[in-house]
Design a binder for this molecule. Structure first.
Ligand SMILES: Nc1ncnc2c1ncn2[C@@H]1O[C@H](COP(=O)(O)OP(=O)(O)O)[C@@H](O)[C@H]1O
Ligand SMILES: [Mg+2]
Length: 349
């Protein structure tokens, strides 16, 4: 296998840059950001996504005429599912992350019924839709997206944040052709280990299913699942019933698709190690092992970070408020209420 030209010195330089970003993240994390704006500052144009807790709309700011995505979450649903802490952390983390390939937050606010996140509108839509549309991606495109995800995860882990929901639905394609990792709904700041069972079944690492306590390595497992899915069109672990799916994951039982080359197989195998201490990304070499892997040998990591590589695919976006890359979904109405619901629970939002 041909070797990569990415050196340990390159990685050390990158780590110094990440140290700087971490300092900014930590400083912001300790501050309390004020809730500004209200839903009345925006014209709601169209619902473009529905997630686990509520809807995402394309909106336009009434005074600046800029387009944004507005994620709206009903407080009642969050309380019912006992996810109050997750939502407060989601806001905090979204507010603090600052990296080319992670979504940022413009503002957040709340009213009597809902919590609102105003986000930059990423007009190319979900990676998931392109996998559905094209069946799978070329090796070149998979590598281009995987490289950005590796950099984004390396950054958030450096800030001591674990993502826990990496999957094609949570990766958006920007008009530039580059990606934005979104949905920090399951993210958490961790020191060593955590135990909560959360994520999406097909992407769950074995140690999450086995409730043994887990750490950052679960995100590298999900990257392995993601690379496999981009190359094959379907995830590696797939079964009709959840019990069978979990069984396959715990046993590490999957087959490679024929079109996947040897270098890619080798890297995916490195990520899909059932034992997290043997998983690439969590070994002694850390992320250097991933970046210097032969599958990534054509990737100039510095040029990728600075978005100087020409994207192998560009989404079609005709105007800044173009929603044609999002599937048509039902258009819900937002409710109003004269009484403030769950005020105490969401005091810190
Ligand atoms: N900033 C954004 N720009 C465009 N679409 C977005 C944006 N944020 C979210 N979406 C769309 O809404 C969906 C749900 O948002 P997400 O944050 O993943 O919520 P959930 O936690 O409910 O899954 C996404 O998968 C995506 O299709
Ligand atoms: Mg999501």
């Amino acid at each position: 296998m041909a070797k990569s030209s990415f050196t340990i010195q390159n990685q050390q330089d990158h780590l110094r840059y990440l140290d700087m970003l971490k300092e900014e993240f930590t400083k912001k994390f300790q501050e309390r950001s004020p809730c500004m704006n209200s839903v009345d500052d925006y014209d709601i144009i169209k619902a473009i996504g529905n997630g686990a807790y509520g809807e995402v709309f394309l909106v336009r700011n009434k005074s600046t005429f800029t387009y944004h995505a507005m994620k709206v979450v009903a407080k009642e649903v969050v309380v019912e599912r006992k996810h109050v802490k997750h939502l407060i952390l989601e806001k905090k983390i979204l507010d603090c992350v600052q990296f080319p390939f992670t979504l940022t937050m413009d503002v957040a606010f709340k009213d009597n019924v809902y919590l609102y996140f105003i986000l930059p509108f990423v007009a190319g839509g979900e990676m998931f839709n392109y996998i559905q549309k094209y069946g799978n991606f070329s090796d070149e495109l998979s590598k281009f997206y995987a490289g950005q995800i590796v950099l984004a995860i390396e950054y958030i882990h450096h800030c001591e944040v674990i993502h826990r929901d990496i999957k094609p639905e949570n990766i958006l394609i920007d008009v530039t052709g580059y990606i934005k990792l979104c949905d920090f709904g399951f993210s958490k700041k961790i020191k060593k280990k955590t135990w909560t069972l959360c994520g999406t079944p097909e992407y769950l690492a074995p140690e999450i299913i086995m409730s043994r306590g887990y750490n950052y390595a679960v995100d590298w497992w999900a990257v392995g699942v993601l690379i496999y899915e981009m190359e094959a069109g379907t995830p590696p672990f797939y079964a009709g019933e959840p019990a069978k799916l979990y069984d396959n994951i715990i046993e590490g039982r999957y087959k490679f698709p024929e079109n996947m080359n040897g270098e890619c197989r080798n890297l995916v195998k490195g990520f899909l190690q059932v034992d997290p201490s043997k998983r690439i990304g969590s070994l002694i070499g850390g992320v250097y092992d991933i970046k210097s892997h032969s599958w990534f040998k054509e990737i100039d990591w510095h040029a990728l970070l600075h978005q100087r590589l020409e994207p192998p695919f560009m989404p079609v976006c005709n105007s800044s408020g173009d929603t044609s890359n999002f599937p048509e979904i039902s258009q819900p109405m937002l409710q109003r209420c004269s009484k403030c619901l769950y005020e105490a629970e969401f005091e810190d939002f």
